[in-house]
Design a protein around this ligand. Sequence first.
Ligand code: FE2
Length: 259
Amino acid sequence: MRVLMIGDIVGRPGRKALLDNLQALRKELKLDFVIANGENAAAGHGITKEIAKQLFATGVDVFTMGNHVWNKKEIIPYIEKEKRIIRPANYPPGTPGVGYSIFETQLGYKLAVINISGRIFMQELDCPFRKIDEILLEIQDKVNIIFVDFHAEATSEKVAMGWYLDGRVTAICGTHTHVQTADERILPEGSAYITDIGMTGPRDSVIGVCTNAVIEKFISQMPRRFEVADGDYQLNAVVIDLNPENGVAKNIQRVFNLE
Ligand code: FE2
C-alpha cells in the first residue's frame, strides 16, 4: 500500500502545484491515499470550503491543518461537518472539528489520520505526547494503519515524537517549517519518519512569503504586510510504502518536484 503525504500547501502557487500534478502523480505512483497539509492553502492563512473542494477534486483524500486552522472564520461551520479536514487534536475539549479520523481506502483498508501540534515556539496547547497516547488507546482495536502529521516548529520536539511513536504508528511526518529535511528513514520499530515534509508553494520566497517584505521586516524591525509570493511552484511530499496487513512502514521517499 502506498500513501502520499504533501507538505504545507501555500496560497495560489501551492494550489496550482496540485492542480497541475496530483492526478498524474496518483496514477504514476499508484497511490492508495493522499494526505495534504492545507493550513496555508488560502492566501497563506487557513483554508476555505471552496478551496478545500477544489483540492479534494485534484485527488487529496484528507487535509491536516495546524496553527492557522482558524484564520478563515467560515471554516468553523464547515469543519464541523467535513470530517476530511483534521485540525490539531491537542486543542482544548470542545474545539470545533476533530483531531483524528478513520478512513477507508478504495481497496477497503482502514487508515487513521491524526493531526497534532507541537508546543515549542507555538501555541500552548495540551501535551502532544499525552494526547497522542489517548488517541492511540481509543483506536487500537479499530485500525493498525496510522498516519501522524506533527505540526511543529522545533526539530527536537519532532525528533522526540518520532522516537516516542516508533512501532506504534505507520508514519510520523513533520509539517509547519516549510523547509524539507533530508532525514527521512524507517525507525528501528518500523515507523516512517521525516522531521519536515516541506512546502508545496512558491519556490522563490521566504517559506512562501514575498522575500522583500520579510527582509525589510528583519532589518527594520517594523511591521510589514506579508503576502504569498508569486511565480513558479515547488511540490514537496513523501511517498510511504507499508504493509497493509500490519501497518508497518517499508519505505519512505522524499518528493521535491519543481514547476
Ligand atoms: Fe503552521
